[in-house]
Ligand binder design. Structure first.
Ligand code: IFM
Length: 464
């Protein structure tokens, strides 16, 4: 009996080993191929998506943007206004489910100041409870909040008193921050005080496409210094919670010469990059504001309280600009997109290399601080470019991390389509498409890709 069973077992074992060997070979081959093609991200990497209140909530009637959107002739493409936006205000549980479906670990969203403090000094408890519920929803799914306190919109009462040009504006902002921190702070560990302050100042005071619609370089200084001071006050306040991490989401762009052999264009591109990308970052490290754009503006001031008031650096990265010089034109320097490269629906050049250069430069200048990609995305209605955009940008982040740059997380802009400021609803940045009639959300192909990347904590590269 024993002999018999041994005789039966041996061939089975041999056969299994044999086929196991073959299978192992196959698996190995597959695995080796795949493993060499998976770019693994660090274990606690924070996969995230970002939104902003005014762009998705709807019905934010009490802020400067709402008023701006209703001026005629219209300031917004196709005379649109944010209106009900994506009706997110009434769909928080549904949208939190989308976050959970994607598998993100973190969600960046903003709290609308004009809802919390509709009149100066009058705080709306219903609004604060709404955000409390939103935080609870997130907690249910184990998603960490990253909360933006100012994402382009200010309450009307604040705008009417001169907005960021008013010397008292930092204290007005601080009152709001104190209230939010007191009511919600224990559930929030990561804060963004301001979103893209340079974009807000540029749009509001140079190009005039954002409220208050001013086009005067000289009027940029007051908002610049007041926003910096407001940030430093908020930084101190939020640090009453020992665990809080506080930063700014900086919009950083590559600025290159249109013709790299043209020294004037090279010079101006450097100056513009220094002014746009580094004025805020340098001031918050050194306490010194230094802004210089030849023929436009020159300003230097030391405000010691600004020094060392960031715990991390938020990077919003989208594209590159080319600086063109035409001595015969009334405005000799213009900024254009590279029309030889693939571009988004907004004609923004797709330039992933730029993200890598920015990360290198941020790291070189601010070595001690961790970096979070607080926004990166593309306006792509047909979703024909987004997946590749996502992959190529993540590859650059992967490369940076592998070279020792401390990138802690990546927020894709955006979870859902939304109101794109002066461009209205036409640009579609969402991983989920929004039907603006029914408000139905539908995942795009790229959402499925992002979900897979998050699930694998890495990126598969296809064979060439
Ligand atoms: O939609 C904006 C967002 O509000 C700020 N960063 C850039 C995004 C795309 O333009």
């Amino acid at each position: 009996m024993k002999k018999k069973s041994i005789l039966i077992i041996i061939p089975i074992v041999l056969f299994s080993l044999c086929s196991y060997g073959v299978e192992l070979d196959l698996i190995k081959k597959k695995y080796n191929n795949e493993s060499s093609k998976i770019l693994h991200f660090p274990r606690n990497f924070k996969w995230c998506v970002a939104t902003a209140a005014h762009q998705i909530e709807g019905g934010n009637e009490n802020n400067d943007w709402w008023e701006w959107e209703h001026i005629r002739p219209s300031k917004i493409k196709n005379e649109e206004n944010s209106g009900l936006a994506t009706d997110h205000w009434n769909r928080v549980p549904e949208d939190t489910k989308l976050l959970n479906d994607l598998g993100v670990k973190q969600y960046r969203f903003s709290i609308e100041w004009s809802r919390i403090e509709p009149e100066e000094g009058v705080f709306n408890l219903e609004a604060i409870n709404h955000y409390k519920n939103e935080l609870n929803e997130l907690r249910k799914y184990g998603i960490a909040p990253m909360v933006t306190l100012h994402h382009f919109t200010s309450p009307l009462w604040f705008a009417k008193m001169g907005g960021w040009s008013n010397a008292d504006s930092p204290n007005k902002f601080l009152n709001f921050v104190k209230f939010v921190n007191q009511k919600l702070g224990k559930n929030i560990e990561q804060w963004i005080t301001f979103n893209e302050p340079m974009v807000m100042i540029g749009g509001g005071y140079v190009t005039g496409v954002f409220p208050p619609g001013i086009k005067d370089w000289n009027q940029t200084i007051l908002p610049l210094r007041n926003i910096l001071i407001a940030h430093s006050l908020a930084y101190k306040e939020l640090h009453k919670n020992k665990k809080a991490l506080v930063g700014i989401a900086h919009h950083l762009r590559i600025m290159d010469a249109y013709n790299k052999f043209n020294p004037i264009e090279c010079f101006m591109a450097k100056k513009l990059s220094l002014a746009f990308n580094w004025t805020f970052l340098n001031a918050l490290k050194t306490g010194k504001i230094s802004l210089y754009i030849p023929t436009k503006i020159e300003y230097v001031e030391e405000i010691p309280q600004l020094k060392d008031t960031q715990d991390f650096i938020g990077v919003n990265y989208y594209t590159r600009d080319l600086v063109k010089f035409n001595p015969l034109s009334k405005e000799p320097f213009t900024v254009v997109a590279n029309n030889k490269s693939p571009a988004s629906d907004l004609h923004w050049e797709i330039y992933p290399e730029g993200l890598y250069s920015i990360l290198k430069e941020v790291n070189k200048k601010f070595k001690k601080l961790p970096i979070y990609i607080t926004e990166n995305g593309i306006a792509d209605h047909s979703d024909s470019l987004r997946s590749n955009f996502l992959k190529t940008h993540l590859q650059k982040i992967y490369r940076a991390i592998n070279e020792g740059i401390n990138v802690q997380g990546y927020c894709h802009w955006s979870l859902i389509d939304n109101f794109e400021w002066a461009e209205g609803f036409t640009p579609r940045f969402g991983l989920y498409e929004v039907d603006y009639k029914s408000f139905k959300r539908t995942p795009r192909e790229s959402a499925l890709l992002y979900k897979e990347i998050i699930a694998k904590n890495g990126l598969f590269l296809e064979p060439k």
